[in-house]
Design a protein around this ligand. Sequence first.
Ligand code: SF4
Length: 487
Amino acid sequence: MATFKDTVEVEIRERRLGSVLNYHGNLSELINKSKKRSICASCSNYEQCGNCGQENAGTLTTWVKDSVVINHSPIGCGLDGIMYAASVRDNAIGQDRRVQRLSTNIQEKDTIYGASRKLEATIDEAVRRFNPKVIFVLSSCVTGIIGDDLESVADEKGAEYGIPVIPIYCEGFKSKMWSSGFDAAYHGILRRIVKAPKKKQEDLVNVFNFCGVDRLADLLAKVGLRTNYATTFATLEGLTELSEAACSVQFCDTLSSYITTALEEKYGVVKIKNAPPFGLKWTDDWLREIGEVTGKQEEVECVIKEEHERILPEIEKYREILKGKKAYIMTGDTFAFQLANVARDLGMEVVGIATLHHDQVPDGDGGRGALEKYKEDHGDFGKVNVCPKQPYQALKLMKEADPDLLICRHAGVENVALRMGIPIVPEGDKNFSIAYDGILKLAKRTVRALKTQLIVKNISAHSKLPYTKWWLEDREDDPYYFESKEA
Ligand code: SF4
């Protein structure tokens, strides 16, 4: 069955991919049960915090150059826009792009009379203020409930101004997986921006990344390939040409397996199936597959040889320093295994992996994903947890594993680790650890983090975790106390 359907909304991950928010066990069981979609979709009856898919959809669309993103929502939903405005702005320095976000500021009376007029007025204002090339309209729980007709407004205003106006259906209540917001954004792009290919560009590689800086263009240029980034660094024109590329690569499956699969099925843009390039061998394998698809095998072999000669001596030096250091990894689903692989490459012992959710099956033929590849290269692993950023749970997981450091992508649990006296390597959104240089970068950052041990111990000695004795001591070995067995 085709992954992309020409409907206004894409199916949420729980239904499409059998995604779950809770699991604890070993890797092989996770892989085997996932193949049959047989992991029980239990959930917690207590959650400390959560995210909303609108936030993820907003982040991806905000990156598109000359776009305006409108939160069609009460003003509170737009808070993420302010947060991400700062993040996007920081990452966009030198990229000649601005963050342009507006909110329709839906109020109580609009929930009775409808908010379509407000949306029209906000689109007018967006054009007046910013003269954008494209406008994205993010739906919200309120607009989902009151049933505003976003399609009609988008069609009318798009025709009036001669630019694409694209509704993105990302109501937070629809899905417990905030990564469903990624799919919602990509679905809008697939539906209303990507055009059928005019010609095939055999040296063009689509690169799907979350945000951050470009760490692949130079590497692929050595092979003789050009990059078409989406949605970071993207332009409207670049997005229309996603269908013309030879292949698509991605920062992680969790982010973009939906659009890369859809592009393959609909337009024949090959989705690179090897796990993303995190770690030495994984980067080699990934490059070789790109070489096969683009006919650049010889160039790829030359680049692999050169890169090995360049970085291996340095890696060996870091292996001496980092050998046996115990790392806990806590990030998004497949990304956690990608980082764990780099940590293993550097000689570290991975003592625990916690992912924020887990997609049981990939979109389409996912190929050998990061989880399977990790098991193949390193054997089974007993301490896999799915923990959706819950600090109360994370602290017990880390206490049990007793790591020397935490490698963590999302802020929130970082301060828990510091209060526990564990140094952190904040991976963030900048793709620091990707490809050959990324291995060295993670090594350097880890060495630097380990040097903070003294100050981190000091922080721990002078801070108090905000939990009761009942949770910290009486329930000491039970991070899953609040886990409900009901779906
Ligand atoms: S969950 Fe709903 S109400 Fe909350 S921020 Fe997301 S869209 Fe807005």
